[in-house]
Design a protein around this ligand. Structure first.
Ligand code: AMP
Ligand code: ZN
Length: 218
């Protein structure tokens, strides 16, 4: 399947993406994870991205677009993927459509998770991530089995640099200004599915998987 997961920072995109890829076998393509991996490895791309990420700003489209469109084109028409964190601007969505058109395919579904703004801030400030595998947890809503340690690999969990409250507020503003126009963009293409994200992780998961079954049968 060719999927996008859309939603503000803290909507649970990372967590739900894990479930979706497990269920569909799609490749999880998270631009945030790609940047964090590059920062960890000290690459030139990582250095460039970090300048923007640390202040909660978007990395410029010309840096992001080729990374994603190259991967999608290299997978070809049989490719099955879930884009998480991309596109974030209309320019990025247009670049994606260009790549899809080149390989002669279209998107199957854009999952749009909605969450109230104050809830988002609470969620992000309590978020902890595994620096080894990227899995994310929440101190109260989705805690690991053992406090502070990743369930899958035992690594000590950390708080992301850009998960401080002030940066979070800025990231939400950036989302509202630059990314919400994509909701209309994909509505116009008739493949947007709205999911109420103000629910438990399990309920949101069930709703997403139910929506995807509808798409698979269609
Ligand atoms: P995320 O993990 O998706 O919340 O992304 C973390 C940060 O990486 C964002 O706040 C941006 O600075 C940067 N980033 C990730 N994906 C994109 C994208 N598609 N366009 C621009 N910046 C991005
Ligand atoms: Zn882990």
């Amino acid at each position: 399947m060719r999927l996008i997961i859309l939603g503000p920072p803290g909507a649970g995109k990372g967590t739900q993406s894990e479930f979706i890829v497990e269920h569909t076998g799609a490749l999880h393509l998270s631009t945030g994870d790609i940047f964090r991996e590059n920062i960890k490895n000290g690459t030139p791309l990582g250095k460039r991205a970090k300048e923007y990420m640390d202040r909660g700003a978007l990395v410029p489209d010309e840096v992001v677009n080729d990374i994603v469109t190259d991967r999608i084109k290299s997978m070809g028409p049989e490719g099955s993927f879930l884009l998480d964190g991309f596109p974030r601007t209309v320019n990025q969505a247009v670049a994606l459509d260009g790549a899809l058109e080149e390989i002669g395919v279209t998107l199957d579904c854009v999952i749009n998770i909605n969450v109230d703004k104050e809830a988002l801030i609470q969620r992000i400030v309590g978020r902890r991530v595994c620096p080894t595998c990227g899995k994310s947890y929440h101190v109260t809503h989705f805690p690991p089995k053992v406090d502070g340690v990743c369930d899958d690999d035992g690594t000590q969990l950390i708080q992301r640099d850009d998960d401080q409250e002030e940066t979070v507020r800025h990231r939400i503003d950036v989302y509202e200004r630059q990314t919400t126009p994509l909701i209309d963009y994909y509505k116009a293409q008739d493949n947007l599915v709205d999911i109420d994200g103000n629910q438990s992780v399990q309920e949101v998961k069930d709703r997403i998987l139910a929506a995807l079954q509808g798409v698979q049968r269609a």
